[in-house]
Unconditional design. Structure first.
Length: 335
């Protein structure tokens, strides 16, 4: 049926007064909401409209990043080696040290005579409580094991310097020995001054005297230039795994100087390590150190292409001796 424009105009005029006034829809919606039960109104208020969810999620993410940025500061020390390692917040320079692979008592005579005259060491007196004067830390010294080509170059340098036929021996990790040089087949008469003077004269004449701090220990057939570490003036002796003083050795036989053997003087680095309380070491804690000779010493431990000079307690008794650790346990690998 064809539309009648005149009829449409008359219908619009008739129903114009029936249209709602402006704002009527909003007012009606508010009235309907007000009549709903209150639990339903609370639930609707908590629900996030779907179209606003992405914006709200982005807002939460930005707020979280800002909180993290203000709550974390560089250098806060979040990673520590151990709660008992203060003031060390990270492991000392060489990390966890290799184990000293000996703990059984030796049958070596317990008199301690292998050291020669007693060397006073602060805090190591033989009393059961060694904590009063003991240091809180001691350095560990480390060298890199030389390669075969480096050993060959050392042979050449020592031969040229000394004018002697020098042999270089590789290190022996199991025996705790560093790379060494050796001169054998000598026959140098010992004068009336004695063995120590003969050793000093021979080593000086051939530029073989040690450059490290040492103490001279003499026995009937050997003079040892015992290496010393620490302060004052190198007061802590180095010992081998047999508990005896070690260093450059000059051997005698039949009234003559016959051989010289000594460690290669390799470049060493050092790093301080915290010590456990001396009163917690086995001998000190049990009181077994009474009546025993107790010495603070350095022992060479070779592992992983490095040699480590580590401090230990050397406890002598009538049955022999044993090593006891002094480095804080979190920095010392023990089996």
């Amino acid at each position: 049926m064809a539309e009648d424009p005149d009829l449409e105009r008359r219908l619009e005029a008739m129903f114009a007064s029936a249209r709602p006034r402006p704002g009527f829809d909003d007012q009606l919606w508010k009235q309907l909401q007000a009549q709903r039960p209150w639990p339903r109104r609370v639930l609707d208020w908590l629900l996030v409209p779907a179209h606003l969810a992405p914006a709200l999620a982005a807002l939460v993410a930005v707020a979280g990043v800002g909180w993290l940025a203000t709550g974390i500061h560089p250098g806060s020390g979040a990673t520590t080696a151990s709660s008992g390692a203060a003031p060390y917040r990270t492991a000392p320079g060489f990390g966890v040290l290799p184990a000293l692979k000996t703990s059984a008592k030796s049958s070596v005579n317990g008199s301690g005579a292998a050291f020669g005259p007693a060397v006073p060491v602060p805090g190591v007196t033989g009393a059961p409580d060694l904590a009063q004067e003991a240091p809180s830390e001691l350095p560990v010294y480390r060298f890199d094991e030389p390669s075969p080509s480096e050993l060959a170059a050392t042979v050449t340098a020592l031969t040229d310097r000394s004018g002697l036929s020098i042999k270089v021996l590789a290190g022996d990790p199991a025996a705790g020995q560093p790379p060494r040089f050796q001169v054998t087949g000598l026959n140098v008469p010992v004068g009336p001054e004695g063995q120590v003077a003969a050793a000093q004269s021979f080593l000086g004449a051939h530029a073989l005297l040690p450059t490290y701090t040492y103490g001279v220990i003499s026995s009937p057939d050997r003079v040892v230039y015992n290496r010393r570490f620490g302060d004052p003036a190198g007061s802590i002796p180095e010992v081998g795994l047999d508990g005896r003083a070690v260093g450059l050795e000059v051997d005698f036989s039949g009234g003559s100087l016959v051989a010289v053997t000594g460690p290669l003087e390799l470049a060493v680095a050092n790093s301080p390590y915290p010590l456990r309380a001396f009163s917690t070491t086995p001998a000190a804690a049990t009181g077994e150190s009474q009546g025993q000779a107790v010495r603070l010493v350095y022992v060479l431990v070779v592992a992983g292409g490095h040699g480590y000079y580590e401090p230990e307690l050397l406890v002598f008794s009538s049955a022999g001796f044993e090593f006891q650790p002094v480095i804080a346990p979190q920095y010392l690998s023990r089996t």
